[in-house]
Design a protein around this ligand. Structure first.
Ligand code: URA
Length: 218
C-alpha cells in the first residue's frame, strides 16, 4: 500500500486564519482566483460547494472528479449518482443539504486522453481547508458529514480512523457534530456483488442517521 503523505495535524479547517468573506457568493468569488496550492493550474475550474446556504447539514467529499471539473458542480458524476441514490433511500433530501469537498480543484494524472483521479496530499488538503472552514462558518450547520478519509482529515486533522469511527458522531474542534462515513466512490470500486450490497446498505444506514440526529435536536 502507498505510504500516506498525511500526518496527524491540528485541524486545518478550523485554523483562525481561514478566509473571512461575509457570504458564500463572496467566498466563491474569492476562491475563483485561489492559488494557495498548484492544483488550480491544471483543473478546468474551481468546484465550490453547492446547495442550501442555510442547510442544517453539510456533506463533505474529497475533491471534484472529471465530470465535476467540467461542469463546475460537486457530486454530479458517478459518485454523485451513488450519493443521490443512497440519500434518497435514507430519506435525506439533497436539496436541503449543502454539498462541498475538502479540496476544490480536480487533481489528476493524464493517461492518454483520460484524466485519472489522483489523491490530494496533506499540504493540498490543509491549504484548501482555508475555504472549507469559511464555508462552515457561514452555513453554521448543526451536523457535518465527513465522507471518506480526505474529508475526515480536513475536518479533524486525523490522518486515519474512518473505519473505526464510521457511523459514529464526533465533535469537530469547533464543536459541531460530525458524522463519519465512507466516500460513495468506494461502492463503485467493489467488484464482489454481495460485499457491494452490504456496503451500500451500511452507507444508507449511516446517512439515515442524519435525520435521526437532526430530528433529535429540533
Ligand atoms: N468525489 C468527490 O469527493 N467529490 C465530488 O464532487 C465528486 C466525486
Amino acid at each position: 500500500m502507498a505510504r500516506s503523505t498525511r500526518k496527524n495535524h491540528p485541524p486545518p479547517a478550523f485554523q483562525p486564519e481561514s478566509a473571512g468573506a461575509p457570504s458564500l457568493g463572496a467566498l466563491r468569488k474569492e476562491a475563483e482566483s485561489c492559488e494557495r496550492c498548484d492544483l488550480y493550474r491544471n483543473a478546468t475550474q474551481l468546484v465550490f460547494g453547492d446547495g442550501d446556504t442555510r442547510a442544517r447539514v453539510v456533506l463533505v467529499g474529497e475533491q471534484p472528479g472529471n465530470e465535476e471539473d467540467l461542469k463546475g458542480r460537486p457530486f454530479v458524476g458517478p459518485a454523485g449518482r451513488v450519493l443521490d441514490e443512497c440519500l434518497k433511500e435514507a430519506g435525506v433530501d439533497r436539496s436541503q443539504c449543502y454539498v462541498t469537498n475538502a479540496v476544490k480543484h480536480f487533481k489528476f494524472e493524464q493517461r492518454g486522453k483520460r484524466r485519472l483521479h489522483a489523491r490530494p496530499n496533506g499540504g493540498e488538503v490543509q491549504r484548501c481547508a482555508w475555504w472549507l472552514g469559511a464555508e462552515l462558518r457561514i452555513v453554521e450547520p448543526d451536523l457535518v458529514v465527513a465522507m471518506g478519509a480526505t474529508a475526515f482529515y480536513a475536518l479533524t486533522g486525523r490522518a486515519s480512523g474512518v473505519t473505526k469511527e464510521r457511523g459514529h458522531v464526533l465533535l469537530t474542534p469547533g464543536g459541531t457534530r460530525l458524522l463519519v462515513t465512507i466516500h460513495p466512490s468506494y461502492l463503485l470500486r467493489l467488484r464482489d456483488r454481495q460485499e457491494a450490497d452490504r456496503q451500500h446498505r451500511a452507507f444508507v444506514s449511516d446517512l439515515h442517521k442524519i435525520g435521526e440526529i437532526l430530528g433529535a435536536t429540533t
